[in-house]
Design a protein around this ligand. Structure first.
Ligand SMILES: Cc1ncc(COP(=O)(O)O)c(C=O)c1O
Length: 377
């Protein structure tokens, strides 16, 4: 297992804050929006009604139905709620998929850079992470051609994300279709992490489920819904996998958290969605401030990221090593962001990730502080 370095930065930033330093926190993957009032209310109600017991392993029926219905509204897909498993964050969905899909010795293709925990879910199941280096020229996404080029005799499939962490980049519909075809042709499995769905700013948002019922899709209440601490996610699976996922979930988790599930029922209410859409507009404003401001400071960002709340920026003209640079900027500028080496190896030493999870005035302060620190050398 490799450590999740962002947690080291989180802890260091917290230490400095405890010493009285003001730190602009752009290192973590959670926006600092308050929980929508309807969700707080639904949580109180769930507690008052003693919804504190185990639920079915794949989640309460009403929530599975609500999730299925959300695909009808957003993507025009009719989804049998029996194909939806509610999980303890999407992290548990990824763990279940590792257990279901991977046998010891199996290879799984992953993008480099990518979400760092994926490789550890693969290793946990005895599998071998197989990296596909992706660069700015492919908007940091895997193509069908790259998939074919990196396929090995033991490869059983690919785990991809759109929009992706740490780059915020999407797989556009035609490229996604090619990937689905390539995987289908090989009789392999495709895991698509759509956890940043809902946070796409100026391009159409496509779910792989619009193209195939064979993919495994991971999603969560953590990001768009802003419910990181509720630990609630979901998995959409092919019908044939539902029984095995149920057995695995029963054994390893018994059930997802019950109060969180009852609270999440309120997440799809129109007034909550309206609030979340206003947040999306706010995140877009932040992105549109931060990207040009960072470019002006000398960071390289060849393409404006299409979604999530991340900017993956090159520091080629500013410093040699991202880890030393991040520690230096934390100490001297009081701005916390994440070294590229947290997300892979491919050109990672010259990359950093900013999360625009703080309000605009804090982002402005961060840019000003970075400007001063960089000028001081
Ligand atoms: C791409 C991606 N997938 C999955 C997760 C796990 O999130 P959670 O378990 O909160 O749903 C994260 C968290 O940052 C992520 O960035």
């Amino acid at each position: 297992m490799t450590p999740f370095r962002v947690v080291d930065f989180l802890e260091a930033a917290e230490r400095l804050q405890a010493q009285g330093r003001d730190i602009v926190r752009l290192e973590a993957g959670q926006p600092a929006f308050p929980t929508p009032a309807a969700l707080v209310e639904a949580t109180r109600t769930a507690l008052a009604e003693e919804r504190t017991r185990y639920t079915p392993a794949l989640g309460i029926a009403r929530l599975r139905e609500a999730i299925a219905a959300s695909y009808r509204r957003r993507h025009g897909i009719e989804l049998d709620p029996g194909r939806v498993a509610v999980t303890t964050g999407s992290s548990a969905a990824l763990a279940l998929l590792g257990d279901l899909l991977i046998d010891p010795g199996d290879g799984v293709l992953l993008s480099d850079p990518g979400y760092p925990c994926n490789a550890n879910f693969v290793r946990r199941a005895g599998g071998e992470p197989q990296w596909i280096p992706v660069g700015a020229e492919q908007r940091y996404q895997v193509t069908a051609a790259a998939l074919a080029a990196h396929w090995r005799p033991n490869t059983i499939g690919a785990w991809l994300a759109s929009p992706a962490n740490p780059t915020g980049e999407l797989i556009a519909a035609p490229a996604l279709r090619d990937l689905v075809e390539e995987i289908g042709r090989r009789g392999a499995s495709l895991v698509m992490d759509e956890i940043y769905h809902g946070l796409v700013y100026d391009e159409p948002e496509v779910s792989v489920l619009e193209m195939t019922a064979d993919a495994f899709v991971v999603n969560s209440f953590s990001k768009y819904f802003g419910m990181t601490g509720w630990r609630l996610g979901w998995l959409v699976m092919p019908e044939a996998a539902a029984r095995d996922i149920n057995v695995l979930a029963q054994n390893f988790y018994i059930s997802p958290p019950s109060i969180a599930q009852h609270a999440a029922l309120a997440a799809f209410r129109p007034e909550v969605i309206a609030e979340l859409e206003a947040r999306r507009a706010e995140l877009r404003r932040r992105r549109d401030f931060l990207v040009p401001a960072l470019r002006e400071l000398g960071f390289t960002i060849p393409h404006t990221p299409a979604g999530a709340f991340y900017v993956y920026a090159g520091i080629e003209g500013l410093a040699e090593d991202c880890e030393a640079f991040c520690w230096d900027m934390l100490e001297r500028a009081g701005v916390a962001f994440t070294p590229g080496t947290d997300f892979g190896a491919h050109l990672a030493r010259s990359k950093v990730r900013f999360s625009y999870t703080e309000p605009l005035d804090r982002l402005e302060l961060a840019v000003e502080r970075l400007r001063r620190a960089l000028a001081a050398g």
